[in-house]
Design a protein around this ligand. Structure first.
Ligand SMILES: C[S@@+](CC[C@H](N)C(=O)[O-])C[C@H]1O[C@@H](n2cnc3c(N)ncnc32)[C@H](O)[C@@H]1O
Length: 357
């Protein structure tokens, strides 16, 4: 079967994944415009190439002498990615930095700024804290992080934030006859503070007490799992007491109290992710395999059910494997014939694994 007929079969929904062998700048041209929901990828880093390009390794992205050529070559590829991405789509780009003549080059940000200049909207710079790193230089600190940039094509894009909420570990419960929050807050201390407060007038005291009872009720009804109440005269606001700087300071000044509440749905992940990379255990096969955990939130948040995930530098096929596990469809492109074969094997193993469960 030719690559073109495989691509046709994929877009007619006959198959749920494809791996395409070749230079992604060329191969992306075979993919229809505005057909992909989400791209997650990690291109070769500048002057760090150690991949298997034995089969047709004439294109050496990452080998450019001048970092400006690397930035431009990469941005040309992402112009093509932008064409294939739907208006509601997202691009997640993982990049690491490089020291050149002792100078930290800031390559990830140079690429990000070039992409912004070419029309992409940058929504997040996620710091991927890899927790351990090699140390060769003795005159600077250890490097342990890389960037994952989240770009979009338009201001309105698909983002299912409920799909990636971190669920609270503890729930409210009954203990010694009283109902307490996940961290043991019953409201008794706040009731006392309100009753004894000299900084609240009679009206404010009544309203604060009512607001506290309403909050306790919403906890009993399972809408929130935890809360803290700040009452005028007892606690300072978290950020600042300046009304202009802090909305909470304004609430405290206007009403005499405010709440911090943790909803039962959980909270959104932050932009620092602590995930150990997997390349240590796969050194025989590939140097930069994505850990599955890295791919989960981006795909869950920005690819709808049965949507299409693309990785134009797919290596061993991790992005496509995870996309399939999450009920999405996947396209991988790579220059190495060996990696394409390895990717097919990984996907087949993963499919056999789902079928046997
Ligand atoms: C950082 S690795 C990606 C690893 C991948 N994320 C994984 O989990 O296995 C970069 C990949 O880009 C491929 N590559 C390099 N230049 C390419 C090009 N011009 N077009 C397509 N693939 C390319 C390399 O063969 C390598 O597998």
């Amino acid at each position: 079967m030719t690559a073109t007929s495989k691509i046709q079969d994929f877009f007619q929904g006959k198959i749920n994944h494809i791996f395409i062998l070749g230079n992604c700048l060329e191969k992306l041209k075979d993919i229809p415009s505005e057909s992909v929901d989400c791209v997650f990828t990690s291109p070769p880093y500048w002057q760090m190439r150690k991949y298997d390009l034995s089969s047709n390794g004439t294109v050496h992205l990452g080998d450019e002498d001048d970092y400006r050529d690397f930035v431009n070559n990469l941005a040309d590829i992402f112009d093509e990615v932008k064409r294939v991405l739907k208006k509601s789509g997202s691009l997640w780009l993982n990049l690491g930095d490089k020291y050149h003549n002792k100078n930290l080059m800031g390559i990830p940000w140079r690429v990000a700024i070039e992409l912004q200049d070419r029309g992409w909207i940058l929504r997040n710079d996620i710091i991927w804290d890899q927790m351990k790193g090699t140390q060769s230089a003795k005159d600077r600190l250890r490097d342990v992080y890389e960037h994952i940039f989240h770009f979009v094509k338009s201001k309105k894009y698909h983002y299912d934030h409920d799909a990636i909420r971190i669920k609270p570990k503890k729930k409210p419960r009954k203990t010694n006859g009283s109902f307490v929050s996940a961290t043991g807050v019953s409201g008794v201390k706040y009731r006392k503070q309100i009753a004894e407060s000299e900084a609240l007038n009679e009206e404010e005291r009544k309203n604060a007490l009512q607001a506290l009872e309403d909050t306790l009720l919403s906890m009993r009804q399972g809408e929130i799992v935890d809360f803290r109440m700040t009452i005028r005269g007892y606690q300072r606001t978290f950020h600042s007491d300046n009304k202009k700087v802090s909305g909470r300071a304004k609430e405290l000044a206007d009403k005499g109290y405010y709440f911090l509440k943790m909803g039962a749905k959980g909270h959104l992940p932050s932009d620092i992710w602590r995930i150990v990379p997997e390349d240590k255990w796969r050194k025989d096969a590939h140097y930069a395999v994505f850990p599955e955990e890295l791919l989960l939130a981006p795909i869950q948040a920005t690819c709808p059910e049965n949507g299409i995930v693309l990785d134009p530098f797919s290596g061993t096929g991790s992005t496509v494997c995870t996309a399939l596990k999450l009920n999405k469809r996947g396209i991988g492109i790579d220059l190495s014939e060996n990696y394409i074969k390895l990717s097919e094997q990984r996907v087949n193993q993963a499919i056999n694994l789902f079928n046997s469960v």
